[in-house]
Design a protein around this ligand. Structure first.
Ligand SMILES: *Cc1c(COP(=O)(O)O)cnc(C)c1O
Length: 381
């Protein structure tokens, strides 16, 4: 087995790619269907909704990075999570942490609930998760670190509860990417990703992944993607394959920049809170050191007034005011009106997501340029 930097670029020695042309960059198989060599003889590909060579190559790379038996590429992160929810039936209960990507909260509260799945929302950093397990509970779902409040959740501790009660443990690993964290190695059964973020890394493609540890679960997800049809297109698969090649160096640089920005923000009198797990005072710092290989490049900060938050959003020039994260470009987001617009106000308040909170996805630009941009955005008119 290669080390992770190599795995971003190559399949393992014994794994062969299905393309025999010798192309260094895996080809884009832009085809909807595949001819059969004869009666009962398939090349292994029949129809691109089920599988396509470019998508398959990408899936092998992602499965290797996460240490899963299979990774399945969807057309977006939400398509991947919606695909996972198809495993459950009416009457099933799923326990979720309440600090989640806003789109996941929207899916669980509106679509999953409508389909008869009961979603139990808890604060995994405070509530005793096991107390909420019933005979109907089928799974536990969370992100770590969480979005946007950067709570760190103990994967192994939750995995013990899920194993004891034979539940599926599903972890959204988007914020750290497989370069920094591998939940399957800590007891999770399924890892989901928005491949739109660090895996793709260039803010140019939507994608999602479901990576599973057990062949039985992988088989179920394959059946779901083939049936519901949200597979990633050949061209988008190629873009994500290309993005992943530089995952390791992008993650390192983005993390370095994030720490510098966090330290700069801490010194500013207008900033009332800096939430970055790479800072020693972050409550999840020690746990994250144990379960991950890095702290990532997402940071959240709170300023002293709503007006000041708005001023920053108006005045940033290099840093773009946009949703999303994980790309080479630094982005600043206003969670209350953007990513978390559909989250109920009581949960927003409980989580501390106020109109003074801003989230930064730190990119790989020069750190001094980023700080200079913030500096001018912080200046009074
Ligand atoms: C963006 C995101 C998603 C959804 O992914 P899309 O690719 O936008 O559909 C899910 N989880 C997390 C943590 C995300 O950041």
């Amino acid at each position: 087995m290669y080390e992770i930097e190599t795995k971003c670029i190559h399949l393992n020695h014994k794994e062969t790619s299905c393309d025999r042309s010798g192309a260094i960059s895996f080809p884009i198989y832009q085809t909807a269907t595949f001819a059969h060599e004869g009666f009962g003889r398939s090349t292994g590909y029949d129809y691109s909704r089920t599988q396509n060579p470019t998508r398959e190559q990408l899936e092998k790379i992602v499965a290797n990075l996460e240490g899963g038996v299979d990774a399945i590429a969807f057309s977006s992160g939400m398509a991947a999570i919606a695909g996972v929810m198809e495993i459950f039936s009416p009457g099933d209960e799923v326990i979720v942490d309440e600090d989640l990507y806003g789109g996941s909260t929207r899916l669980f509260s509106n679509i999953s609930e409508k389909n008869g799945i009961r979603i139990i929302k808890l604060d995994f950093t405070k509530d005793i998760v096991e107390d909420y397990v019933t005979k109907k509970t089928k799974a536990i779902y969370f992100e770590t670190p969480t979005n946007p409040m950067m709570h760190v959740i103990d994967i192994q501790k939750i995995a013990e509860i899920s194993k004891k009660h034979q539940l599926l443990l599903i972890v959204d690993n988007t914020f750290l990417s497989p370069y920094f964290q591998n939940p399957l190695k800590l007891g999770a059964d399924i890892v989901v990703h928005s491949g739109t973020k660090y895996l793709g890394g260039h803010n140019d493609t939507l994608a999602g992944f479901v990576v599973s540890l057990q062949p039985k679960i992988a088989e179920k997800i394959r059946y779901i993607i083939k049936t519901t049809g949200a597979g990633l297109s050949p061209f988008d698969s190629w873009l994500i394959l290309r993005g992943i090649k530089t995952l390791a160096i992008r993650m390192e640089r983005a993390q370095e920049n994030a720490l510098k920005l966090a330290q700069w923000l801490k010194e500013r009198p207008e900033v009332t809170k800096v939430i970055y797990p790479g800072l020693e005072e972050h409550p999840g710092h020690v746990l994250m050191k144990q379960q991950a290989r890095g702290f990532g490049a997402m940071l959240t900060f709170e300023v002293n007034s709503k007006a000041f938050a708005e001023q920053i959003l108006e005045k940033v020039q290099l840093i773009q005011f946009a949703e999303s994260l994980g790309g080479v470009e630094s982005l600043i987001t206003y969670p209350v009106t953007q990513t978390h617009a559909d989250v109920p106000p009581e949960i927003l308040e409980k989580s501390g997501i106020t109109d003074r909170v801003l989230r930064l996805s730190v990119g790989i630009e020069n750190a001094s340029d980023l700080i200079e941009d913030l500096q001018q955005a912080f200046l009074a008119e």
